[in-house]
Design a protein around this ligand. Structure first.
Ligand code: NAD
Ligand code: ZN
Length: 249
């Protein structure tokens, strides 16, 4: 499938010359790796909406259920590989003088594709954190033998090291993402429904600060009216074409 890059082509020379590109990705970028999005098919797990399980309240009420949900997501993740969207973004980063990749995804697939410093706004499913002492540890390769898992240091309840609905984002990650949005010349919003705050505000921050904003998503989202151009196609198709056009073949 060919993509008409005309709306964004006027900025290619600026980007090649070192004007900053910032890219915000969401679950849609990993959909083609077989990982379900929250708001698409697969966002329902055992009859409950994924968004209702990813909360501190759900964990306090029923940690075993929330852990079963995350164990299921980890199982899917073990089988998942980066797709062309992740790979094209990594090639772009290696080619352009200045690019910042910001992700809401917790699956580690940007790093697996070769992106060096993705800003992970919502933490990582590849780590656990103790809800008692805060100790962070890599997630085990195998599923836990019994749930809920306990901290080896203080026996507190372990939780996945991700940001749940209603929790604040890691301060440093947010600061870095906001700064990248403010200084970007071009800002791409790729594969996100743009409804989860505050990540959804990054495109708005960028546009207000003068960036040329583009959306890449098969479906329209609330950010679309602010965008200078939209690409209604899959992330892999558009990112691949964009990387090639910018010399990151
Ligand atoms: P979302 O589920 O709300 O939205 C996904 C978006 O991706 C939709 O707008 C959909 O139209 C679009 N999409 C689907 N297939 C696509 C494709 N092939 N190419 C481009 N776009 C495509 O996800 P979100 O906006 O990222 O927000 C949900 C929250 O859920 C985030 O906080 C994130 O941390 C979490 N989440 C993460 C993962 C992951 O790490 N892979 C998966 C599910 C949810
Ligand atoms: Zn502990």
């Amino acid at each position: 499938m060919t993509v008409d890059l005309a709306p964004i082509a006027p900025y290619f020379s600026d980007l090649r010359a070192g004007r900053p590109l910032a890219v915000l990705t969401g679950a849609g970028v990993s959909a083609e790796s077989g990982l379900p999005t929250f708001r698409g098919p697969g966002g329902i797990w055992e009859g409950e909406r994924a968004e209702e399980l990813a909360t501190p309240g759900a964990f306090a009420r029923d940690p075993v259920k929330v852990w079963r949900f995350y164990s299921w997501r980890r199982e899917k993740l073990r089988a998942a590989r980066p797709n062309e969207a992740h790979l094209a973004l990594a090639r772009l980063e290696a080619t352009l003088p200045r690019m910042t990749l910001i992700t809401q995804n917790v699956d580690g697939l940007h790093a697996a594709a070769g992106s060096r410093h993705p800003i992970e706004l919502h933490g990582s499913l590849l780590r656990d954190r103790c809800s008692g002492c805060g100790h962070v540890s890599p997630a085990p390769d195998q599923p836990f033998e019994s749930l809920p898992p306990r901290c080896p240091l203080c026996a507190g309840l372990l939780r996945p090291d991700v940001v749940w609905f209603g929790e604040s984002l890691p301060y440093d990650a947010w600061q870095a993402a906001e700064a990248a949005a403010e200084e970007s010349a071009v800002f791409l919003v790729v594969g996100t429904s743009s409804v989860v705050a505050p990540a959804s505000s990054l495109g708005i921050i960028a546009a207000r600060a003068g960036a040329h904003l583009f959306e890449i998503n098969p479906e329209a989202t609330p950010i679309a009216p602010l965008a200078e151009g939209v690409f209604r196609a899959k992330a892999s198709t558009v990112m691949s074409a964009l990387a090639t056009a910018l010399g990151a073949a």
